[in-house]
Write a protein that binds this ligand. Structure first.
Ligand SMILES: [Zn+2]
Length: 140
């Protein structure tokens, strides 16, 4: 089933590519479909351009690469040995931006959830977390 015009598709592909996290995002999209979780949209023009958005529950999902977003579980361990300070600063800047985006969305009455790359690699435990957030959103 195809609901996108070619223009929309090429726009989507560009925005996916520019994010450099395409495979993790696509894995998340595939799992959502496989588990028949619907009602989500991609790349809505919201602060921080969330990867997925559930309009009914007003929940924005960010799929974060562990490295670039400084995952506390695996990000720091993967810092390159050269130019360490440079990378550390860059990742810190990303984390600050992520936090600003979360605050902006919260003020707009939109909840946020981060799905980490390592969670997607290891399986589908994030799906349970998402399911709980979605049912909580519906109850509101
Ligand atoms: Zn991680």
């Amino acid at each position: 089933m195809d609901v996108l015009t070619p223009e929309q598709r090429s726009h989507n592909m560009r925005s996916i590519r520019s994010r450099g996290n395409a495979s993790t995002e696509l894995a998340v999209a595939a799992e959502l479909r496989r588990h028949r979780l619907s009602g989500w949209r991609r790349h809505m023009p919201l602060p921080g351009r969330p990867d997925f958005y559930f309009p009914t529950q007003r929940l924005a999902i960010f799929v974060h690469g562990c490295y670039w977003h400084g995952c506390s579980r695996c990000g720091a361990g993967r810092l390159p040995t050269t130019n360490r300070e440079y990378w550390r600063e860059k990742i810190l800047t990303n984390r600050r931006r992520d936090e600003r985006v979360r605050r902006r969305l919260r003020r707009a009455g939109i909840g946020t959830m981060v799905i980490w790359e390592h969670e997607v690699r290891r399986g589908t435990s994030w799906l349970g977390r998402l399911g709980r957030r979605l049912s909580a959103g519906r109850a509101r």
